[in-house]
Ligand binder design. Structure first.
Ligand code: GDP
Length: 221
């Protein structure tokens, strides 16, 4: 599993729960439609969009978390594979894009937060909700930071969000970033992938590429 990655020096990787719009975003970024079996949330192997001449690849890792019709053991296996992949290629990953659903992300995080508001990642699995709803998003964000991978949180489906600033400030708070969100434009990028509104993400990604002297890759974003 997960051994389909082309051997490339530089990578941008998309991670996120199932159904947050990763495939839609991948299509926007690459102009290429990947076959996910026709059913949302069933991508179990990474999709790699490979630019050999630039020695660059954009990868869409499988969605994690709840997937209807996928057994829990298999979900765990997918999550483990994602973690291993990120560890193995951390040095090549110039930017990670953590995609979340702007409409539901706060509720999902808070459902699994302790009384002090901290995510209870360390609590026994299932203690604060079904095991398929651990706050992966917060965990994943911190994990990417531990790996020193510059990360942009693409807050998707903003077309469905009315209280935009409030939502984004709450998200900052949950991720341990001091609001207001506008201070974090290289980390928090509200988008509507479905309508092709992804310029805030492109800007944020470019910012991180620039910091790594990779302006040559701007053409992809
Ligand atoms: P994935 O499982 O993360 O790859 O998610 P998909 O790309 O398959 O999208 C899941 C669902 O969300 C689909 O029905 C998409 O049409 C929808 N979706 C994706 N992006 C947006 C968006 O920006 N706004 C809204 N309202 N829906 C979106």
């Amino acid at each position: 599993m997960f051994d389909t990655r082309p051997d490339r020096e530089a990578e941008v990787a998309l991670v996120g729960r199932s159904n947050v719009g990763k495939s839609t975003l991948m299509r926007e970024l690459t102009g290429h439609s990947f076959d996910t079996g026709g059913k949302p949330g069933v991508t179990r192997e990474p999709n790699h969009y490979d630019w050999a001449p630039e020695d660059f690849v954009i990868s869409d890792l499988p969605g994690f978390g709840f997937m209807s019709g996928v057994h829990e053991d298999h979900r765990e296996e997918i999550k483990t594979n994602i973690v291993r992949y990120l560890e193995e290629y951390a040095d090549s990953i110039l930017v990670a894009i953590l995609v979340v659903d702007g409409k539901s992300v706060i509720d999902i995080i808070d459902r699994h937060s302790g009384p002090d508001g901290a995510a209870t990642a360390a609590s026994p699995e299932g203690a604060s909700g079904p095991p398929d709803e651990i706050p992966y998003d917060v965990e994943m964000f911190h994990f990417l930071q531990e790996l020193d991978v510059p990360t942009v949180v693409a807050v998707n489906k903003m077309d469905k969000v009315d209280d935009r600033d409030e939502r984004l400030n709450e998200l900052c708070d949950r991720l341990g970033l001091l609001p207001p969100w506008k201070q974090w434009q290289e980390t928090i990028a509200p988008i509507t992938a479905k309508n092709g509104q992804i310029s805030s993400l492109n800007e944020a990604v470019r910012g991180h590429l620039h910091e790594q002297q990779r302006d040559d890759l701007f053409k992809f974003f």
